[in-house]
Design a protein around this ligand. Structure first.
Ligand code: ATP
Ligand code: MG
Length: 554
């Protein structure tokens, strides 16, 4: 298989960049940026933008900045900034530098003064609601604010007073003076600055006046010498404003904004408002809950950076909105872990098996390969003894047709070990099976039994050697592909998205595993050791099942 990291799929943005370099536009340089707002954790949709921005810079030997778009102090924090840095890094990307829109507050202010001087902006006293009313609709032009022709000197004085904190929130805004009849509503005198008496996590109490996104973004891009400003399609209608601001100010550079379709993934939500709600209302444990579509959640679930990057390559970059099936993401991690994760045995719901013909105190160290296709990954010892644990599911009292696992009077092979036969079933007073009395066939280690076929193979552990483990079985957080289509997306929460098995057991070799280590538990799924683990209590998260169990249902 070609290594996806070395063979990026062609897409229209890469073509534009390649053409610009060839034409020596921007002196043949490529500079991109990934501009998150530090108001939440990054999610898989951001990964698409990260792979695109950093990927293009890497491919064309350019640079990519990590820029925090921090102009909404109420919702932003240093903690979110750090989480974002960690996640971008973990995905395997290195920024040229970290920037913040707030680094440019002085310059943005000076540019705004220049716009006022040039008659391109004015201080308006309409309330937010009035501004909305005056703005008009798609079919009707807006009408000018009574303040639209406020003399320049007056706007300058008011703007300075706004900055000095002379007014309360909402008393005034600064607006661009463009065209109240424009068919593009974004051009009907958009707001550039509003008053907010809020502490900013970087500039503290220096400002009580904050610039709006549309005004900030284009200037930040220009200051950083961004050549290609890549953003999602909803900003297409904002591009005329992006260009207008830069044209009025004659900034040293004028980046080209190019839009692409955002990632929409089935069975999850990605709006940060909704992700916040999932956390704050306790539907998940935190931003890094393995059910969250966040990078931190995917990491904790056991996803690898390579799988996420591979996913971003596979979905491609286009200008057309499309829904991506969750199975596409799950297949990326399944393939990666199938190739790379060592194998191990775990029993989720143990059932005791006593081998009556096996000596009481004997322990054999059997050998198991760590990966069936990769002998270089070595082997490990697995202890075999008289009392074993198997999966409750691997014994049936009432077997359906073609059942190949253990039944009373039947035989089954223990993986990497012997064939055993069940002679008797022990039950408690409620009829529940508590133990199986079996015998083992010493002639069957690594050999087929004489004169009979044993089809089923099951996994097992030696009871005395197994380590206790809590196994957290995660499933999709929502029951339907598009929860946001409901009036309340929470109505689609999957009540079975987490099943905790407190009494699991894993093989002793895992006692030394470090949080983040990933395994294929044979026949069971891919699992990753959770940071909640301790020396005497291992906790594993199920990353993904071995096969797509949702395929039949959807
Ligand atoms: P929200 O509106 O939910 O807060 P956002 O898109 O505004 O999310 P930002 O932090 O502003 O979040 O996004 C940073 C960058 O990531 C932007 O360039 C944005 O276009 C991009 N991005 C966000 N979501 C997606 C997505 N689902 N697919 C692709 N790119 C995305
Ligand atoms: Mg945003």
């Amino acid at each position: 298989m070609p290594n996806p990291e070395n063979t990026p799929a062609p897409n229209f943005i890469r073509s534009i960049v390649a053409r610009d370099i060839e034409a020596n536009k921007n002196d043949g340089q490529v500079v991109t940026r990934f501009p998150p707002e530090p108001n939440g954790f990054l999610h898989i949709g951001h990964a698409k933008s990260i792979c695109l921005n950093f990927g293009i810079a890497e491919e064309f030997k350019g640079r990519c900045n990590l820029r925090f778009d921090d102009t909404n102090p109420e919702k932003e924090s240093v903690e979110f900034m750090h989480a974002i840095e960690r996640d971008v890094h973990w995905l395997g990307f290195q920024w040229h530098k970290i920037c913040h829109a707030s680094d440019y507050f002085d310059q943005l202010y000076d540019y705004a003064v220049q716009l006022i001087r040039d008659g391109k902006a004015y201080v308006d006293s309409l309330s937010a609601e009035q501004i909305r009313e005056y703005r008009g609709t798609l079919t009707e032009p807006g009408k000018p604010s009574p303040d639209r022709n406020r003399p320049v000197a007056e706007s300058l004085a008011l703007f300075e007073a706004m900055r000095n904190g002379d007014f309360s929130d909402g008393a005034y805004v600064l607006r661009a003076k463009i065209d109240m009849a424009s068919p593009n509503i974004n051009m009907r005198d958009p707001t550039l600055y509003r008053i907010r008496r809020t502490h900013h996590h970087r500039t503290g109490g220096d400002w009580c006046l904050y610039p709006m996104y549309d005004y900030t973004h284009c200037i930040s891009d220009a200051i950083e010498g961004i050549t290609h400003s890549l953003c999602t399609l909803e900003f297409e209608d904002h591009r005329p404003l992006y260009d207008w601001v830069l044209e009025q100010l004659q900034t040293p550079s004028h980046p080209q904004q190019i839009e692409f379709a955002r990632l929409s993934l089935e069975y999850t939500v990605m709006s940060k408002r909704k992700l916040h709600q999932l956390v704050s209302e306790g539907h998940v444990h935190d931003w890094d809950d393995p059910r969250m579509p966040t990078i931190a959640g995917l990491r904790r679930a056991g996803y690898t950076p390579a799988a996420i990057r591979d996913f971003c390559e596979r979905i491609g970059v286009t200008k057309k909105d499309a829904w991506i099936q969750m199975a596409v993401l799950e297949n990326c991690i399944r393939e990666d872990l199938n190739d790379h994760a060592p194998r191990a045995m775990a029993v989720l719901r143990p059932l005791r098996v006593v081998l009556e013909n096996y000596p009481e105190d004997q322990v054999e160290q059997l050998q198991a390969g760590n990966h069936p296709q990769r002998p270089e990954m070595g082997t490990r010892n697995i202890p075999f003894s008289r009392v074993l644990l198997i999966e409750q599911e691997d014994f049936s009292d009432n077997p359906p047709p073609k059942y190949k696992r253990l039944v009373e009077g039947g035989e089954v092979r223990l993986r990497n070990a012997y064939v055993i036969k069940c002679h008797a079933v022990i039950r408690d007073e409620t009829g529940q099976v508590t133990e199986l009395r079996c015998s083992y066939d010493p002639e069957t280690l690594g050999k087929k039994p004489e004169g009979r076929k044993v089809k089923g193979v099951i996994h097992w552990l030696s009871e005395a050697h197994a380590k206790p483990a809590e196994l957290r079985l995660y499933d999709r957080l929502f029951n339907i592909p598009n929860p946001e289509s409901l009036p309340d997306f929470r109505d689609a929460l999957n009540p079975h998205s987490l099943e905790i098995l407190p009494d699991g057991k894993v093989e002793a070799s895992l006692a030394e595993a470090r949080p983040g280590s990933r395994y294929q538990f044979e026949r069971t799924g891919y699992f990753c050791l959770d940071p909640d683990s301790s020396q005497d209590r291992l906790v594993f998260n199920r990353t993904v099942t071995l096969r797509d169990t949702w395929a039949k249902q959807s």
